[in-house]
Design a protein around this ligand. Structure first.
Ligand SMILES: C[S@@+](CC[C@H](N)C(=O)[O-])C[C@H]1O[C@@H](n2cnc3c(N)ncnc32)[C@H](O)[C@@H]1O
Length: 305
């Protein structure tokens, strides 16, 4: 089972007992949802996930609260339409807990992990047309370099992309094991605690699932379904997502900026949120010791005004 990250911080900051209408845009295994349903009797909850398997696991896990929950398979980029269709506009809270779940990572056949061999898939939504194998075998070298750099923050992007192009000419790259080997060899093996294929896999996964594009739309949609006083919470696991969440909230808060020539000008959109934390909240040490995934988690929250 996937263990919800920073659950206590989320429940406390949300003042969860006072909230009645929730939208969980990343249901996963229903861990956060369960915490909320347990603490806040009578709450209504919309649970969205683009992965059928995850949604089914959440449905089973939340069986005791079935009458309070609506489950919808969708990308959270579509949250506004989905919320309206199911009577969840004017929500008290929206949660986006980004990335993949441990369940997805742990299943070799989903192709997310370099730790076990499986088909090179990486689609969260298995109805999507493009798999990781398609990206790896059809992107030209410069496109591979670009995604490795921008989404993986991979310093050896050029070397990794060249190795992929060279190897796929011999035979298409179809498995996570082979890709992990190719990347590791291109980078000269393992030199740190982190597996050498970590960044390449992240870049390819984010490309396959269009993760930043979805997040951009999902953040907009979240603001549009919150009622005044409602809270958006975003849990992210790497710097690109956190940066996007930070800029989004900052731009929608707006601020006065002093000008060198004197006076002040307004920066940002018409104010739509008030940030509840300027710096992201981080998981407590005990949680990190218990669940290493929590180490990189950052929680940002803002209130709709
Ligand atoms: C980190 S897990 C969420 C875990 C969940 N909070 C829990 O406690 O069990 C992220 C989930 O979000 C889903 N997901 C990621 N991006 C999504 C998107 N753009 N739209 C819908 N679901 C998404 C994944 O399929 C995965 O199940």
């Amino acid at each position: 089972m996937h263990r919800p990250v920073m659950l206590q911080e989320l429940l406390n900051e949300l003042n969860v007992e006072t909230r009645k209408v929730f939208i969980d845009g990343t249901a996963g295994h229903g861990g956060h949802a369960r915490g909320i349903l347990e603490r806040s009797p009578g709450v209504r909850m919309l649970l969205v996930d683009q992965d059928d398997d995850a949604l089914e696991i959440a449905r089973v896990a939340l069986q005791p609260w079935a009458s309070q929950c609506v489950f919808v398979r969708s990308n959270f980029a579509e949250l506004e339409r989905v919320a309206h269709e199911h009577g969840f506009k004017d929500a008290d809270a929206v949660l986006l807990d980004l990335g993949v779940s441990s369940g997805q990572l742990d299943q070799p056949e989903r192709g997310f992990s370099f730790m076990s061999d499986g088909p090179l898939d990486m689609r969260m939504d298995r109805r999507a047309a493009r798999t990781a194998a398609d990206v790896v075998n059809t992107f030209d070298r410069s496109e591979l370099v670009e995604i490795m750099r921008s989404l993986g923050e991979e310093r050896a992007a050029g070397r990794v992309a060249s190795a992929i192009v060279r190897e796929r000419e011999k035979e298409p790259i179809e498995t996570t094991g082979r890709l992990a080997d190719i990347v590791a060899r291109a980078k000269g093996g393992r030199r740190s605690r982190i597996h050498p294929a970590t960044q390449a896999f992240q870049a390819i996964r984010m490309t396959v699932n269009r993760e930043l594009e979805s997040l951009e739309s999902g953040l907009d949609a979240s603001l549009n379904v919150l009622k005044p006083g409602g809270v958006i919470s975003i849990i992210s696991f790497h710097s690109l997502e956190d940066r996007m969440a930070k800029h989004f909230l900052r731009d929608h808060e707006g601020r006065w900026e002093s000008q060198p020539e004197g006076g002040r000008t307004w920066r940002g959109a018409t104010p739509a949120v008030r940030r509840l934390n300027r710096r992201p909240l981080r998981a407590a040490e005990e949680e990190v010791a218990d669940n290493p995934r929590a180490r990189s988690a950052k929680l940002r929250m803002a209130e709709r005004i």
